[in-house]
Design a protein around this ligand. Structure first.
Ligand code: ATP
Length: 305
């Protein structure tokens, strides 16, 4: 049976005049994911988030959300909370007053509801402080609280960690992790900094120039970036037999010529010798370790914009 996605886009394309902001993007978000959409400035992240939030329309392709296609998606809007670009705050109002306006507009009148939201995002102690005097982290957390009005099952956040200082980042990250774990809210969050997202996202979509290059789980991402020996030989099959005979178990065959070995990282010399003894040509052997940021830069074409 095909997996039922909470949110899925199929070959979604968005054209602005002759410029393709998105080119056949097919991404997949399951219930309970924290899905990090990662791409440089202008990659197309905001455009995707605007379309799935109902703020823009795709030129071609479609998306499904909560099992409904985009034409029926309006019925599910109340299950989606979004913070796209700047949070629309009233600067002369406190956090409570800002939330009150949104609650009134959305018909949320439950006693204690605003206090709960303030607690959830860690703004319960802000008293009479006006939003204009909030730090960027506090503003983002208030934006998240506003997106939470109506108790959505899916939260869509566009660059909420952009520009935050380390403390602000930790506060937003902890807020989002808590919402995901305790309230079971699925989160789609965009960023241009993979390193930060990697501290809490469970799944990743890497977008570049409007194209989704790769979707991967957190484990897949970390395994791509960890330290390893990259071995290239003329005969992968026989090479595996040799390294297994050396007691090496933690390795992966990447393609016809390449094997990644994740243990005994100081033993490249012994490995080369053992292979040569069996008449297997070593085309290359090197110790590699990529940081997440390097991995992302390589995938998106080096340091070039
Ligand atoms: P950023 O972090 O800078 O917002 P992004 O990944 O969110 O980047 P988008 O805002 O989705 O990128 O933009 C993708 C591309 O589409 C960019 O080249 C942008 O200039 C273009 N674009 C976005 N909105 C419009 C618009 N309304 N009219 C014309 N071009 C647009």
């Amino acid at each position: 049976m095909e997996k039922e996605w909470l949110l899925e886009t199929s070959q979604m394309t968005k054209q602005y005049g002759r410029h393709k902001a998105l080119d056949q993007v097919s991404l997949h978000v399951a219930q309970g994911d924290i899905y990090g959409l990662i791409g440089r400035n202008g990659a197309g992240k905001t455009t995707i988030l605007r379309i799935i939030s109902g703020l823009a329309q795709a030129t071609q392709g479609d998306y499904r959300i909560f099992g409904k296609d985009s034409r029926q998606a309006a019925l599910e809007r109340s299950r989606v909370g979004a913070l796209i670009e700047e949070p629309g705050l009233y600067p002369d109002m406190t956090a409570r007053q800002n939330l009150k306006v949104k609650c009134l507009a959305m018909g949320m009148r439950r006693e204690g509801y605003i206090e709960e939201l303030l607690q959830t995002v860690g703004l319960a102690d802000t008293g009479n402080k006006k939003a204009r005097n909030f730090s960027l982290g506090m503003r983002q957390r208030l934006g998240i609280a506003l997106a939470l009005v109506g108790d959505p099952d899916l939260l869509i956040l566009d660059e909420p960690i952009n520009g935050l200082d380390p403390q602000g980042f930790v506060e937003v990250r902890e807020t989002l992790t808590k919402l995901n774990k305790e309230k079971h809210i699925t989160i789609v969050i965009s960023s241009h900094i993979l390193d930060e997202l990697s501290k809490f996202a469970t799944h990743y979509g890497i977008i570049h120039n409007g194209t989704l290059l790769e979707e991967l789980t957190r484990e897949e991402l970390l395994s791509k970036c960890c330290e390893r020996i990259e071995l290239k030989t003329s005969d992968t099959g026989r090479a595996c037999t040799v390294i297994e005979a050396m007691g090496i178990r933690n390795y992966q065959v990447k393609d016809e010529y390449t094997i990644h070995i994740f243990e005994r990282l100081d033993d490249s010399g012994d490995i080369t010798m053992a292979l040569s003894k069996e008449g297997i040509k070593v085309l290359g052997i090197a110790l590699k370790s990529e940081s997440l940021e390097e991995y992302f830069l390589n995938l998106t074409g080096g340091g070039k914009e």
